[in-house]
Design a protein around this ligand. Structure first.
Ligand code: PEP
Length: 247
């Protein structure tokens, strides 16, 4: 079983996304993989309704850690759950970079999402400079230890996505070998932090039909978090149809 997740980011009006959801519903065939879409908040209720009788899950792209209150513009984990979400992205590099979200704040979000009964899809990843100066191992360790250390994570209730920042939306994909090696390193960091090393690990960063099978066939890669290519229903469906031996 692989996890094929599509992060739509801030794309599509509700009308456009309803059409996209119907196309996805028609194109994605039920199979062995777990398929999830993360539309913008305004399309979450439509996603839940349109995908109701399918195996495709729905997730929020973000939430606030507090359950309610004076946080203008924010959405709580319980609101997402009630609207039909089973998942929520936490710590996407765009949230860290453009909204200044710290490891400590992301830790609160992981707890809130879990307590609301959803699966956090927690993102980690290094910048291009950190990849080039060789400090990426320390960066990944810091992100994991600070946000997740001491939490009771399980394979069934928590997914981790490795998304090298330099590969997101740039067309530059980590080679399958590099991604696999770094994700093996993440498993060691998880173990050394006292967390389960067998968590589902998703790779994200310019994944597309042309490279999906070679990424998914690697030992440490249990799924993909797909941005740009997930907006095209045919491409998303092609990746969702991956089966072992496809490389
Ligand atoms: C993402 O936003 O999580 C992502 C991986 O984007 P892209 O596939 O467009 O690089």
């Amino acid at each position: 079983m692989k996890i094929i997740a599509g992060n739509w980011k801030m794309n599509g009006t509700p009308g456009e996304n309803s059409a996209r959801l119907r196309e996805i519903k028609a194109a994605v065939k039920e199979g062995e993989n777990r398929v999830i879409v993360f539309p913008p908040f305004l399309s979450v209720p439509d996603a839940a309704a349109i995908l109701k009788d399918t195996a495709i899950g729905v997730g929020g792209q973000n939430c606030h850690p507090r359950p309610s209150g004076a946080y203008t513009g924010e959405v709580s984990a319980a609101m997402l759950k009630d609207a039909g979400c089973g998942y929520c992205l936490v710590g996407h590099s765009e949230r860290r970079q453009y909204f200044g979200e710290s490891d400590a704040f992301l830790r609160e979000k992981v707890i809130a999402v879990t307590e609301a009964g959803m699966i956090p899809v927690f993102c980690v990843g290094e910048s291009e400079a950190e990849r080039e100066d060789g400090s990426y191992g320390q960066v990944l360790r810091r992100q994991i230890e600070n946000a997740l250390g001491g939490l009771a994570l399980t394979k069934e209730t928590f997914f981790l996505a490795y998304e090298p920042v330099w590969a997101i939306g740039t067309g530059k994909t980590a080679t399958p070998e590099d991604a696999d090696e770094t994700m093996g390193m993440i498993r060691s960091i998880l173990k050394e932090t006292g967390l389960p090393e067998d968590l589902y690990l998703l790779y994200g960063g310019s994944a597309k039909p042309a490279n999906a099978a070679s990424l998914l066939s690697r030992k440490n890669i249990d799924g993909l978090l797909i941005g740009g290519a997930s907006l095209k229903p045919a491409d998303f469906a092609a990746m969702a149809a991956y089966t072992d031996g496809d490389e």
